[in-house]
Every structure is written in C-alpha cells, then in structure tokens.
Design a protein around this ligand. Sequence first.
Ligand code: DC
Length: 225
Amino acid sequence: MKRIIVAIDGWSSCGKSTLAKQMAKELGYIYVDSGAMYRAVTLYFLRNHVDWEDVKAVEDALENIELDFRQNEQNGVIEIYLNDENVEYLIRDLIVAEKVSEVAAVKAVREFAVAQQQKLGKKKGIVMDGRDIGTVVFPKAELKIFMTADNAVRVERRFKELVEKNPNVTIEEVAENIQMRDYIDSNRAVSPLRQAKEAVLIDNTNLTQEEQLKKALKLAKNITG
Ligand code: DC
C-alpha cells in the first residue's frame, strides 16, 4: 500500500492532535505534533530569558536547542524532549500557551522547526498536525485536512483539558487565550494559518471522535488504495 503524508491544519483546540494521533495509529504511521516544537522552543526562551524580538539572541539560543520525539515505553505515547529532558507535560501549561504564538511568529524559529519537520517526513508514512503543514512544510502532501469547530466548543474542550492539571484556570482565561492565538496565528507575516486550496475541510462541532476518524480514514484510503 502506498505510504503518504497526511497534513492536518486548523484553528487552536479543534481536535487536530486527537485526530492525527488516531489516524497515525490506524495507518501504522508516525505522528508528529509540530505545535509541540514551537511550545518547547517557547519554554526554552522563557526559562533562559531569551528576548524573541532580538534576532541575534534568538539565533544564538536556537543553536543550543535540540528537540526530539521519543515513544513512552509504558503507554506508547510520543513525547517531546528538549535537550534530553521530557517536556511533554510542561509545554501544555498556560504560561507557555500565552507566549507560544508570539514565538511561533519569529522567522528564525519557524525555519528551525520547519527544517526538522521536513526531515521527519522524508520517508512519508507520517501524520503531522499544525498550522502550516499543508501550505509550507509539506505543500505536496497527498492528503491535506483543515479542521475547524465552533468557538464555544473549542473553549469548552480546552478548558476541560487544562482544568485537570490546574484547578485555578478559568474558562474566561482559556477563551481569551484561544482567541489571541487564533488572531496571531492567522495574521502573522511568516506562514500565517491558511486553508490550503486542496485541503478537505472537517468541521467537528457535531462529530464524535469516531465519526471524524472514519471520515478522515476514508479520505486516506481513497489515496492509498
Ligand atoms: O497546536 P498547538 O496549540 O500546540 O500550537 C501551539 C502554537 O504554535 C500555536 O499558537 C501556533 C503555533 N504553531 C505554528 O505556528 N505552526 C505549527 N505548524 C504548529 C503550531
């Protein structure tokens, strides 16, 4: 069976990673969460007080950042490592979420991340989710999916996820953060969030996870045969 690249883009918190992980599992492909890379870089910048508006400081800092994905032996989950430290949990914090869109808008940061993402896709057999996967990272991806969902549904989903880790988080904070990220992600100068013209739109406001997976797998099957 033909091995392909599946590019999944879309707005914040509309279930891209859930779908991407499930598709990768069903297809026997690797899954790469490109947002985790921007989050890990943001964590590094915050910890090391790197001013991301200072081009030289960013370039120097990127020289000292090594990212890789490893599979957790206990649960099989793919986790991101920043300079050999597992930061999968830390990068989901609201402190990182508040700054990640600003960091992801920096040209040098994008070049750094995109180069690694393209390398990971060399052998195909990959599902990657993000904001520019179908437009910039893999413009020739065989299958491009663009996901969306109603705003209230997205806020509710992300709130549920975050409140489990931090009971002090409020729904207003989450709503504000999602709105701000969407705005920055779609208005930045470098690789703004856009639906690739060949991308298939999946609005999952009223779809269960099973339904959206079925839909996406059907699209993949039409291509792989
Ligand atoms: O998917 P996520 O919420 O983990 O992404 C975190 C941030 O990184 C988000 O605000 C947009 C940015 N991002 C990006 O600019 N390009 C990508 N390919 C993936 C994420």
